[in-house]
Design a protein around this ligand. Structure first.
Ligand SMILES: NC(=O)c1ccc[n+]([C@@H]2O[C@H](COP(=O)([O-])OP(=O)(O)OC[C@H]3O[C@@H](n4cnc5c(N)ncnc54)[C@H](O)[C@@H]3O)[C@@H](O)[C@H]2O)c1
Ligand SMILES: O=C(O)[C@H](O)COP(=O)(O)O
Length: 527
């Protein structure tokens, strides 16, 4: 039974497929103590969280069976991605499910901030009818500055335009053309800061965005501007915001998120100009159902050997692209595995060349799998699809991918080349229409070998009798030859024999093969 631990509150409707599946045991256990969490994770195959559970390295180290961590939401800053990637654990999120909910919450905060609604309501509750104190400002004609123009930033922009606001946005991936298409003005961060009457941030919290809005940036803003954060605590430096509001430089702020949550006793909450909600951006029935459904889908898919839609620690591949690439996955892995078993020395560099039908597709997933095939020789299951590149990088191995126009007559061709401190070796393979995978080149030799089963690769001199002697010796050891390929560059020169045989070659037979006249090297492997 596959055990899925759900350690934060999730929509019951959203996780229904998981609850109803026969091969999965869901463990719904929100608000576990640290010790209980460590205990529960130790036998779980998947973990599903929202932003509350801190998925630390320690937690990951206590999870020997863990294959996937699902974040029912967008931000993954509560998950130690490095630790997960190192262990080969895939992290998935639900990037779209709460976009509308959070954009709408931002608009609710924007309007509440402009019209002092929470403060006025609070006064009414105190039985005070104060009208003068709560004179607000209109949104129409004001400029909304958006920092981070992704899913939520864009949705906020469209809604703000409905209020007839001017919108200026900054995002490293936004250019004039994209901005024009979205109906907003494009600016650098400084332009946005200078022009905004209301500034709203919608970036992830990463190293580059921590305290992106700080004392210096606030100095650039118009006196009396207002600031919103419905993205992540930490994007705005809270101390700087506190001082700016206290001094009157900033007229107010609307905050859904804080650097430390729960933020019960936060100094910013003592300021009457600050309105706040306890991280409610994604808290709608619809969003919670969406994110739970999305993340459950990926978790169940992966546990059952399928592919996920929203991976965070490996690039996602569209289903259209996946259809094109999937026939090549096994070939790439076999080529990598074959070559690494033949090569000697410390691996320094891997070059993968693609040609023919593969010229126009994103072949990075294939390269990752070829690298996995190479590294598995020494690392076994510790290297997988998720951590192959990361593992190679950690070991100082350079990975290089290139497209090549040389097809050698094949409709598609993948050539994997390994450089070690001893040698450079290469192998090329193709998918033959209707016939499956073939290795068609080994170093300088043209061959035609099915990359499967027990193989013997023999480097020898192209002399009469060499092949016969190999055949006889294998027969003496009751090893049946299924196929045999011989490649040579010139008559009488160096040549290669690649045999597929029906059973594994024992050490004793291997040694005898190596002792045959004219044979220079014998390598036996199983793919
Ligand atoms: N309050 C909530 O409950 C709630 C709900 C959902 C999402 N969020 C948060 O909202 C944020 C945005 O979510 P999204 O779904 O729009 O993400 P997204 O990935 O679609 O968009 C983020 C954008 O930020 C941009 N960005 C990155 N670094 C930047 C920088 N230095 N300056 C300017 N822009 C930068 C990216 O290019 C990207 O376009 C995330 O932090 C997410 O965790 C909060
Ligand atoms: O990043 C997100 O998706 C939001 O911050 C929502 O977080 P939550 O799932 O804890 O509400």
């Amino acid at each position: 039974m596959l055990r899925v631990l759900i350690s934060d509150p999730l929509s019951e409707e959203g996780i229904r497929p998981l609850l109803e599946s026969e091969d999965i045991e869901p463990v719904i256990a929100p608000s576990l103590s640290h010790e209980d969490l460590l205990r529960e994770i130790s036998t779980s195959h998947a973990l599903i969280v929202r932003s509350q559970t801190q998925v630390t390295r320690e937690l990951i180290e206590h999870a020997p069976n863990l294959k996937i961590i699902g974040r029912a939401g967008v931000g993954v800053d509560n998950i130690d991605l490095d630790a997960a990637t190192e262990r080969g654990i895939i992290v998935v999120n639900a990037p779209d499910g709460n976009t509308i909910s959070t954009a709408e919450h931002t608009m609710a905060m924007l309007m509440s901030l402009a019209r002092n609604i929470p403060q006025a309501y609070h006064q009414l509750q105190q039985k005070k009818w104060e009208r003068k104190k709560f004179v607000g400002v209109e949104l129409k004609g004001k400029t909304l500055g958006i920092v981070g123009f992704g899913r939520i930033g864009n949705e906020v922009a469209q809604r703000a335009k409905g209020h007839r606001m001017n919108v200026i946005a900054f995002d490293p991936f936004l250019n004039e053309e994209k901005a024009e298409k979205a109906g907003v003005k494009h600016g650098e961060l400084e332009d946005v800061l200078k022009q905004a009457d209301f500034l709203t941030v919608h970036t992830p919290l990463i190293e580059a965005t921590r305290h992106l809005i700080n004392k210096q940036s606030i100095q650039l803003m118009k006196p009396g501007a207002r600031i919103l954060n419905c993205a992540r605590g930490g994007i705005i430096e809270e101390e700087a915001l506190f001082e700016a509001i206290k001094s009157g430089r900033i007229a107010g702020a609307a905050l859904d998120v804080f650097e430390e949550e729960p933020a019960i006793d936060h100094p910013l909450l003592s300021l009457p100009e600050v309105i706040a909600t306890p991280h409610l951006g994604a808290s709608t029935v619809e969003a919670q159902e969406n994110v739970a459904t999305d993340v459950c889908y990926d978790v169940m898919e992966l546990l059952r050997g399928g592919t996920v839609k929203n991976p965070v620690n490996m690039p996602s591949v569209s289903s259209e692209m996946m259809d094109k690439l999937s026939p090549y996955f096994q070939l790439s892995e076999k080529l990598g595995g074959f070559l690494s078993r033949l090569s000697e020395g410390t691996l320094e560099r891997v070059n993968v060349y693609y040609s023919g039908d593969l010229l126009d597709v994103d072949t990075m997933p294939l390269t990752r799998i070829a690298v996995k095939g190479i590294l598995q020789r020494h690392m076994g299951d510790r290297v997988n699809d998720v951590n192959a590149f990361r593992t190679a990088k950690d070991k100082g191995i350079i990975i290089n991918e290139q497209k090549s126009t040389s097809t050698k007559g094949f409709t598609n061709l993948i050539r994997v080349e390994i450089e070690t401190d001893h040698e450079k070796r290469s192998v090329a393979g193709t998918l033959l229409n209707g016939l499956g995978a073939r290795i068609v080149q080994l170093d300088q030799y043209s061959i035609d070998v099915v990359p499967d089963g027990h193989l013997i690769v023999i480097h020898h001199m192209d002399q009469p009798g060499a092949i016969g002697r190999v055949g006889s010796l294998l027969a003496e050891h009751t090893i049946n030859i299924a196929t045999m390929q011989v490649g040579r560059t010139n008559i009488g020169g160096e040549a290669v024999m690649v045999l597929t045989v029906d059973k594994e070659v024992e050490v004793d037979c291997h040694q005898k093969l190596a002792g045959i006249n004219d044979i220079k090297q014998v390598q036996c492997l199983t793919l």
